[in-house]
Write a protein that binds this ligand. Structure first.
Ligand SMILES: C[S@@+](CC[C@H](N)C(=O)[O-])C[C@H]1O[C@@H](n2cnc3c(N)ncnc32)[C@H](O)[C@@H]1O
Length: 297
């Protein structure tokens, strides 16, 4: 990722502001800073008497953000959003007025071949949001059994051909290491039929699965859904933008089943057609918003 202008375009920026209501003086947490588009909008609204505490697991996203935010009232923290409670505790900030999570990867991460998110270019098969901790995806590909690989690809990629892909990976790695994005993408393409209109690369679901596994993305989301009511003021709001059904389902059920939440969006908020035309990445975005219920004594 360069420290120049970001290429990531924020999804549903007006809708985020409309639902989170960042009035002057309020305090918000953006758990997924990325290229900082949502943080910037929130910070401009809360103004100098408010604050946005913005986290990202990606050290490059945080470093780039530091050069871009100027005088805005933003605290940038290199941290997992799972650690929001301790980040707030360290700042003695108390409960906050709102939380935003815009899940998944940014276009800047995708565009940087060295990060291994893209199956279009070629780079090491890494896929970590934070490359300084944990294991890269190529280690999973190298070490998991065929059954474990098939389970990851099936559960996190919802890929029908998971067993076939896993078998092919195990056969291939006996002869040659699979270390790069293009090696894996070609292997997957060789055993998964193309979708009828060729709209989706056959490697998409397998890369999504590995990314979710490497970063424990669903575990982080479940943790956040658990602790968010403890860090929100009564009436404070949480907005979560997700990009696939595995995430959206978890958000929907937690908001519906946890009595500490009041659901504000019965149906998810979707981008308008005009946004989808301008930013194709927004196509699959769904935003759900809930409010912290009043705390009973
Ligand atoms: C879709 S981008 C966010 C874009 C941002 N809203 C914007 O307007 O530019 C998602 C970001 O979340 C980060 N991320 C993913 N999981 C995370 C986690 N558990 N904790 C902190 N950051 C995370 C990724 O590194 C990525 O930069």
């Amino acid at each position: 990722m360069s420290t120049g202008e970001p290429i990531h375009v924020s999804v549903m920026p007006d809708e985020v502001i409309e639902w989170l209501r960042p009035d002057a003086g309020r305090v918000f947490v953006d758990g997924t800073f990325g290229a900082g588009g949502h943080t910037r909008r929130l910070a401009e609204k809360v103004g100098p008497t408010g604050r946005v505490i913005a986290l990202d697991r990606d050290p490059q996203a945080i470093a780039a953000g530091r050069t871009r935010l100027g005088e805005l009232p933003v605290d940038l923290v290199h941290a997992d959003y799972r650690d929001i409670p301790s980040v707030l505790n360290d700042r003695q900030s108390g409960r906050v007025d709102g939380i935003l999570l815009d899940l998944g990867m940014s276009s800047d991460q995708l565009a940087d071949a060295q990060r291994g998110f893209s199956f279009q270019g070629d780079g090491e098969l890494d896929l970590r949001f934070d490359p300084t901790i944990g294991a890269p995806a190529w280690e999973l590909v190298e070490e998991l059994s065929a059954e474990q690989l098939a389970n990851v690809i099936y559960q996190y990629g919802e890929e029908r051909f998971s067993r076939r892909i896993a078998r092919r990976i195990v056969e291939r790695r006996e002869k040659q290491r699979i270390r790069t994005t293009s090696q894996l993408a070609e292997l997957v393409r060789s055993c998964v039929p193309r979708s009828r209109n060729h709209a989706i690369d056959p490697a998409t679901r397998t890369f999504q699965a590995l990314r979710i596994a490497v970063n424990d993305e669903l575990g982080a989301l479940e943790d956040a859904l658990q602790f968010a009511p403890d860090v929100l003021k009564p009436g404070g709001r949480i907005a979560i933008i997700s990009f696939h059904s595995l995430e959206d389902r978890r958000v929907k059920h937690a908001f519906r089943d946890d009595p500490r939440y009041v659901v504000l969006t019965r149906k998810p908020v979707r981008p308008y057609e005009i946004e989808i035309q301008r930013n194709s990445r927004s196509r699959s975005a769904k935003m759900r918003v809930a409010e912290r219920a009043a705390i009973s004594s």
